[in-house]
Write a protein that binds this ligand. Structure first.
Ligand code: FAD
Ligand code: MLT
Ligand code: ZN
Length: 484
């Protein structure tokens, strides 16, 4: 990749304009005129996986839609490239610059604007942190319809821009359905005000959907209206061990039958992923034995005893049928959290161990786990498995949102290594494409999958995406060098 000479260099004159516009010192981190600012800028240049690193020298933190609009208009007029950034927890290198693009960090736009306690409709600024919003909703008896491991850092705007799926999509559906309205700013400064608070609104094209999942390439989301469900009074969790992937599929089938409307998560973890969690966290397994597969089931309902009984009956039934070998039920909230930590903690543990090649894929369920087996065989064949400098791959693991047929294939290595990448790509993408899967189920494409979009989208569809990009962002200032 080469820096595109179309884009202007950020100068002192530009910085002065932004300082004048944003007023307070803390809203501009200026590494253009101040060489000592490098350390302050570093976190904005580097992604969560420490895989991608930009060279930005200017971070802007607007506090209102009007400021976002003025910044973008100025950048557009001066051909300055911009990367919108939320909590910077994205996993495809989309949230950090590639060269010297300006980072537009949304962290100061974090207000909860309005909440209707009858309808559960929430209006919130894009820079609000998911967990903070969810805690606010909890105090009102509601829940945010999305939950994920990065909740303590990720922003609502980042969630919408990636169309994050998370742990309860099975129950609450995708943000494409739960987002009722959006306010976004186009690169020329135009404010698109679609802060609709209606559940139903079939008046022409649903333009807001374009901003959901487009990863900051056509506009900056500044506000959103979300339909929030009632917070379930009871949450029950079970974790169990299984001997095969076949059994995990049967367990999923049975769980839907037994638990139907109260089922709120069905997650899969393979034995290798759990061995790494135990190794790093030094926690004991909640089950006595070790198994090739584990599943975590969560129910959300209004009566803990009733739901607990249902879960117990389910567990007894699947154990009797020989589908599940061993299982445990959480008895209280502490245990619920403890069981979840064996699933939610996997990304953190893997990142702690060094480099991780992450593949977030959708594959029809019957073949889903085969991708992990085939990838492991390929890495072994290439002589890369071994956890030494010469053989840097520690483990090939699989986990994910089984209820959504969404697998996370992760290859854990001592450090990022080109030899490993060459063995994995495009192999993994070809494998998925042959099975009509998706190369990005929930994380997006960003920089990581820039070259590979064609494995999941036809040339016609990529062409249509390019037309939209040209229409909304004719100077291509927003999130350049990424997938579009
Ligand atoms: P960022 O990382 O800052 O940005 C992500 C993308 O959105 C970038 O392209 C950026 O340019 C753009 N963007 C950000 N804000 C805006 C805005 N206001 N307007 C326009 N564009 C914007 N994802 C899942 O789907 N499911 C999971 O279960 C899940 N679990 C995770 C667990 C961990 C531990 C981590 C680290 C990540 C996880 N993710 C998961 C990845 C997920 O994409 C992010 O956590 C989250 O949705 C990104 O939000 P963010 O605010 O950090 O966005
Ligand atoms: C998850 O489900 O844990 C996330 O999507 C993060 C990851 O894939 O590691
Ligand atoms: Zn996930």
């Amino acid at each position: 990749l080469k820096r595109d000479p179309r884009y202007g260099q950020v100068t002192k004159e530009h910085v002065d304009y932004f300082k004048g516009l944003l007023g307070t010192e803390s809203a501009v981190i200026d590494g253009v005129t101040n060489e000592n600012a490098t350390d302050d800028i570093e976190p904005f240049n580097s992604d969560w996986m420490r895989k991608y690193r930009g060279h930005c020298k200017l971070v802007l933190k607007p506090s209102s839609t009007e400021e976002v609009s003025k910044i973008l208009k100025y950048c557009n007029d001066n051909k300055l490239a911009v990367v919108p950034q939320g909590g910077n927890t994205g996993l495809v290198g989309g949230s950090v610059p590639v060269f010297d693009e300006i980072v537009l960090n949304m962290g100061r736009m974090n207000n909860i604007i309005e909440f209707d306690e009858v309808s559960g409709i929430l209006t919130v600024e894009a820079g609000a942190i998911l967990e903070v919003v969810d805690q606010f909703l909890a105090s009102k008896g509601y829940i945010f319809p999305l939950d994920l491991g990065a909740k303590g850092s990720c922003h609502i705007g980042g969630n919408l821009s990636t169309n994050a799926g998370g742990l309860r999509l099975l129950r609450y559906g995708s943000l494409h359905g739960t987002t009722l309205g959006i306010e976004a700013v186009l690169p020329d400064g135009t404010v698109v005000d679609d802060l609709c608070k209606l559940r139903k609104n079939n008046t022409g094209y649903d333009i807001k959907q374009l901003f959901i999942g487009s990863e900051g390439t056509i506009g900056v989301i500044t506000k959103a209206v979300i339909q929030c469900p009632q917070r379930p009074k009871a949450q029950n969790v079970a974790l169990f061990g299984l001997e095969s992937y076949e059994a995990a599929q049967q367990a999923f089938r049975e769980a839907k039958g037994h638990l139907s409307e109260i089922l709120s998560a069905f997650e899969l973890m393979d034995g290798s992923s759990q061995a790494l969690v135990r190794q790093v966290t030094k926690k004991n397994s909640p089950l006595e034995g070790e198994y090739p597969f584990y599943c975590l089931i969560e129910t959300s309902g209004s009566n803990s005893d009733h739901d607990g009984e249902k879960l117990q009956t389910f567990l007894e039934d699947v154990m009797e049928k020989g589908i599940v070998v061993d299982g445990t039920l959480a008895q209280d909230e502490t245990q619920v959290k403890a069981l979840w930590s064996f699933r939610e903690g996997i990304p953190e543990v893997l990142s702690h161990l060094g480099g991780v090649y992450k593949y977030d894929v959708s594959i029809p369920l019957p073949e889903m786990y085969q991708l992990v087996e085939d990838t492991k065989a390929r890495v072994e064949e290439a002589g890369l498995l071994g956890d030494t400098d010469e053989h840097p791959v520690r483990a090939v693991v699989g986990y994910g949102h089984m209820g959504d047929a969404n697998l996370h294939l992760n290859v854990s290595t001592r450090r990022y290594d080109e030899r490993v990448e060459k063995v994995l790509e495009p192999f993994v993408y070809e494998w998925i494409s042959k099975r009509q899967g998706s190369i990005s189920a929930e994380h997006g494409l960003g920089l990581a999958k820039k070259k590979y979009i064609g494995y999941s989208r036809t040339p016609t569809m990529v062409g249509l995406m390019k037309q939209l990009k040209d229409l909304y962002d004719p100077n291509a200032i927003l999130n350049p060098y990424k997938y579009i």
